[in-house]
Design a protein around this ligand. Structure first.
Ligand SMILES: CC(C)(COP(=O)(O)OP(=O)(O)OC[C@H]1O[C@@H](n2cnc3c(N)ncnc32)[C@H](O)[C@@H]1OP(=O)(O)O)[C@@H](O)C(=O)NCCC(=O)NCCS
Length: 188
């Protein structure tokens, strides 16, 4: 079995929409309660890629096994060096290393673009969550928890924050050639 990671294309969005729909309807990692349709997922994809953010898919034998993207953590400009990751794997392909392969590629791409922190905001985040374990394996550190901040499937959920520094994190000044700085100056 080979996992191929590549940039997502618009024709992957049907599969991506189905993967996310399963997570929204049956899981607690996303706090959306109604699954977005193909048009909405296409609009979100267009916004992310127009902003230069990485959006990746994993393929196994031609099947879209999962996807991951990095987007703005919050819109206010002092946050511009931070990205928040999202990663979702098809129920058919969980536990095969797809999430890890996607995240390794996403971290590399976020670093290449010049971001300084990548953060995970993990719905229903607790020590046994698959997502918490995945992020911890990749070097993310616990950055706190907002207790009882989600309510889904009849339960109150804690939201876990984790973060990984990129490109020396806060130990170096901003890089003028980085994507966030070029975008801030209006060059892109
Ligand atoms: C979290 C998720 C992306 C992991 O993807 P995956 O392809 O199944 O994970 P991998 O096979 O790459 O596993 C990598 C590591 O993650 C952890 N992990 C994955 N699934 C796990 C599970 N069910 N329970 C505990 N840890 C798990 C393990 O540490 C694993 O390393 P190991 O195999 O050496 O033990 C996937 O379970 C998923 O899509 N979950 C629903 C959506 C979600 O939680 N997204 C994250 C939003 S922030």
């Amino acid at each position: 079995m080979t996992i191929t990671i590549r940039a997502a294309r618009e024709d992957d969005l049907f599969a991506i929409t189905a993967i996310y729909e399963d997570a929204v309807l049956h899981g607690t990692s996303s706090y959306e309660l109604t699954a977005p349709d193909l048009a909405e997922m296409t609009a979100r994809f267009a916004t992310l890629t127009a902003g230069g953010y990485p959006y990746l898919v994993a393929e196994i034998d031609g099947d879209i096994a999962g996807y991951a993207y990095a987007g703005a953590f919050r819109a206010r400009p002092a946050y511009r060096f931070i990205v928040e990751d999202s990663v979702y794997v098809s129920p058919r392909h969980k536990g095969k290393g797809v999430g890890r392969a996607l995240m390794e590629a996403l971290i590399a791409e976020a670093a290449r673009l010049g971001f300084r922190q990548i953060v995970a905001v993990i719905g229903d985040g607790h020590t046994d969550s698959a997502s918490v374990k995945l992020h911890a394996k990749l070097g993310f550190k616990d950055a706190g928890k907002l207790a009882g901040t989600g309510y889904k499937h009849g339960r109150w959920l804690d939201t876990a924050f984790m973060q990984l520094a990129l490109n020396e994190g806060a130990d170096a000044p901003p890089d003028p050639a980085s994507l966030p700085e070029r975008r801030f100056r209006g060059e892109i």
